[in-house]
Design a protein around this ligand. Structure first.
Ligand SMILES: C[S@@+](CC[C@H](N)C(=O)[O-])C[C@H]1O[C@@H](n2cnc3c(N)ncnc32)[C@H](O)[C@@H]1O
Length: 256
């Protein structure tokens, strides 16, 4: 007889990627206790400030996504963000039904853009991927610094995409840097700038260029730490008759 354990996928993603905690070790201990107390400890996701129990975690069966994830997600926060990457993979695949190019404002190391590129075979598509970032940080900037910001990060990102001729990487402050290079039509856009003013600036320039059926993912939308973005973006979209879906991953999603 098949038991439920055989039917359910052997799915569990348990990482210690949690942020804003007083006592990280205590929370990790509590997670262990939680799992120990499940009748069937399957379908557990713990990471990126998201905990689920008994969910299918279907993305673990997505061989193309998981292979790209294994190749490029290296640090604990990147690995903890697998569900966010699964959202992006869905969005990118869905966006292939729409006309236009791909855009990421705030590409940092290029990890999620590289994973998306491999998921959809972007190198062979007749589309262009536009990536934007400051790549380095100084204290006058309104966004927080990231561990690997440096004067050479842009070159590392260029190297990551050196085998793809249809990627343009623009260093500079969004939205100003959009004047240097930006697509006329967009199928997929990922905004990940951790800063309301810059994201609204990007929307002002680029949202009208998203084609019907194109997908917009707002990375920080549902995170309490970036509440100002949610407030500004909900109001901005409402004025244009759009609603943003807040996902449990903390991302926001709009389909044009
Ligand atoms: C969280 S990181 C992006 C991570 C990346 N999307 C990924 O998934 O791998 C946010 C990035 O936004 C960039 N950033 C913030 N404000 C910016 C602005 N106004 N113009 C360009 N880049 C900006 C920062 O330099 C930082 O690298």
């Amino acid at each position: 007889m098949t038991s439920i354990k055989d039917i359910l996928p052997p799915s569990a993603v348990i990482t210690h990627a949690f942020y804003g905690l007083k006592d990280h070790a205590a929370v990790v201990g509590a997670l262990d206790q939680l799992v120990d107390n499940m009748n069937i400890p399957r379908g557990v996701f713990a990471g990126d400030n998201l905990i689920t129990l008994g969910k299918s975690l279907g993305f673990l069966d997505d061989k193309v996504l998981m292979a790209a994830f294994q190749r490029h997600a290296a640090t604990p926060p990147e690995r903890g963000a697998i569900w966010r990457l699964a959202t992006l993979a869905w969005a990118a695949r869905t966006a292939l039904r729409a006309e236009g190019d791909f855009v990421e404002c705030g590409c940092y190391k290029g990890v999620s853009a590289r994973i998306i590129s491999e998921v959809v075979g972007f190198a062979d598509l007749p589309r262009h991927y536009y990536l934007y970032d400051l790549f380095e940080h100084d204290e006058s900037m309104p966004h927080h610094s990231m561990l690997e910001h440096s004067a050479t990060l842009v070159d590392q990102v260029r190297e990551r995409f050196s085998d793809m001729s249809n990627v343009t990487i623009t260093k500079g402050r969004v939205p100003d840097s959009l004047a240097q290079a930006a697509p006329e039509k967009i199928a997929f856009m990922h905004l990940d700038l951790n800063n309301a003013e810059a994201e609204i600036g990007a929307l002002e320039v680029l949202f009208d260029r998203i084609s019907p059926g194109g997908v917009l993912i707002l990375d920080d939308f549902g995170w309490v730490a970036y509440r100002a973005q949610q407030v500004a973006e909900v109001a901005w979209m409402a004025e244009r008759g759009y609603h943003i879906l807040e996902l449990p991953t903390g991302q926001g999603m709009v389909i044009k």
